[in-house]
Design a protein around this ligand. Structure first.
Ligand code: UD1
Length: 367
């Protein structure tokens, strides 16, 4: 039998884990492939990493680069250096990267310089805002990678505008939604709202971690005030990212918040919480898509989104920094239920299959 095609899959930070999980499962099913998993260690707390591996049944990484936190330059450079060593030691036939975190860019750069082809899953998304570190990561990764797997039609338009050849772009759907659909039943059975003393469809779930919201004390104070006001009308629950926890501590608020803060939740608990929420407030990228898939209204506390289909077809509304608009949109959701939305094309749980089909064909796996 021919040798198996060797894939190196890379994941580093929380939003990568739900994207890599269904791809690994699909690769595992195909006799033509074998894979190794590298965890860069960008996220390292159990609540940001190990809990996700457990919830999602992701195998133990073959290698953990243990890069940890640092400035953008430091973190990216350390992943680049360490993953290059790994690629030289165990040269794969292709590398698969997902999303837009610093680890995504660093792994891509290391691989392409060694002439190892790279597949980028979730390519072509553009917020148009280069002050977001993720936007720079997306642009750089897409410029040099070989396969560009997209989640929505706007991504293909962005890539074509940037001069990417049509045959490198593959519209396959959304691997994060593969994971959501595979786990939604299990997550609902956990009864997360009840465990937190909440009534299903009668609470707001919040996440905030972007530098634009949490690194500016005045902005963070405004947001906390808005959450206090919302909590007067409907209970607010807020699992707090470590970056945000540190920023709130710095504010030295005179009194503890009246709304409920929690440690970051694992994948299933968080999905269980969001699936039954009346309303989600967030600055996350992925959660805009997850709420659209679940039909839960989402108010996004950012000026732009790289995922416009969630606005055009889904349940998402962009709020930006406008606190009056936030109030008006909250009113709309609480009184009328908010945007209903529909499920975007190919967000059907089969994206990983389509991706691995393309890789199988192009790499001649199993032949
Ligand atoms: C990273 C991604 C962002 C993604 C987010 C999800 C980049 C540029 N950003 O942002 O796109 O939406 O992950 O969480 O790659 N920290 C811990 N424990 C951890 C990880 C981080 O305490 O396990 C703290 C550290 O103080 C660290 C800070 O969080 O300095 C920020 O972590 P970092 O990985 O730099 O970026 P995120 O804000 O998590």
């Amino acid at each position: 039998m021919a040798e198996r095609t060797q894939i190196l899959a890379v994941a580093g930070a929380r939003p990568n884990f739900m994207k890599i999980a269904p791809l690994l499962r699909e690769l595992d099913r195909r006799p033509g492939f074998s894979f190794r998993l590298v965890h860069t260690g960008q996220h390292y707390d159990d609540a940001m990493s190990a809990d996700f591996f457990r919830d999602l049944g992701i195998p133990e990484p073959d290698v953990n680069l243990g890069v940890g936190s640092g400035s953008h330059g430091e973190q990216t450079a350390l992943v680049l250096r360490k993953i290059e060593q790994e690629l030289v030691r165990n040269r794969p036939d292709a590398v698969v990267v997902v999303g837009d975190v610093n680890s995504t860019l660093a792994a891509t750069l290391a691989a392409v310089k060694l002439h190892v082809p790279v597949a980028h899953v979730e390519a072509g998304l553009r917020s148009g805002d280069r002050t977001m570190p993720e936007e720079v990561n997306r642009l750089m990764t897409d410029t040099v990678c070989d396969w560009l797997f997209t989640t929505e039609p706007a991504a293909e338009q962005n890539l074509r505008r940037e001069g990417v050849a049509a045959e490198r772009i593959h519209f396959v759907g959304n691997v994060m939604i593969d994971t959501l659909l595979a786990n939604a039943g299990r997550a609902r059975e956990l009864g997360v709202p009840e465990r937190l003393g909440l009534q299903p469809r009668r609470y707001a779930a919040v996440t905030l971690h972007r530098p634009s919201n949490v690194d500016d004390p005045a902005r963070l104070r405004d947001l906390i005030q808005a959450l206090e006001a919302l909590n007067e009308r409907v209970p607010v629950v807020f699992p707090v990212h470590p970056r945000t926890a540190a920023a709130i501590e710095q504010l030295a608020l005179p009194t503890p918040t009246t709304f409920r803060t929690l440690e970051p939740l694992g994948y299933l608990d968080f999905l269980g919480l969001v699936a039954e929420a009346q309303l989600v407030l967030t600055d996350s990228g992925g959660l805009q898509e997850e709420t659209t898939a679940l039909g839960v209204p989402c108010l996004t506390l950012r000026n732009s989104t790289e995922r416009p289909i969630t606005l055009d077809e889904g349940t998402n509304t962009l709020i930006g920094l406008d606190m009056d608009l936030l109030q008006r949109e909250i009113d709309k959701v609480l009184s009328g239920g908010g945007k209903a939305g529909r499920i975007p094309e190919l967000w059907d749980g089969e994206a990983s299959k389509r991706i691995v089909d393309v890789l199988e064909r192009d790499l001649g796996a199993g032949r």
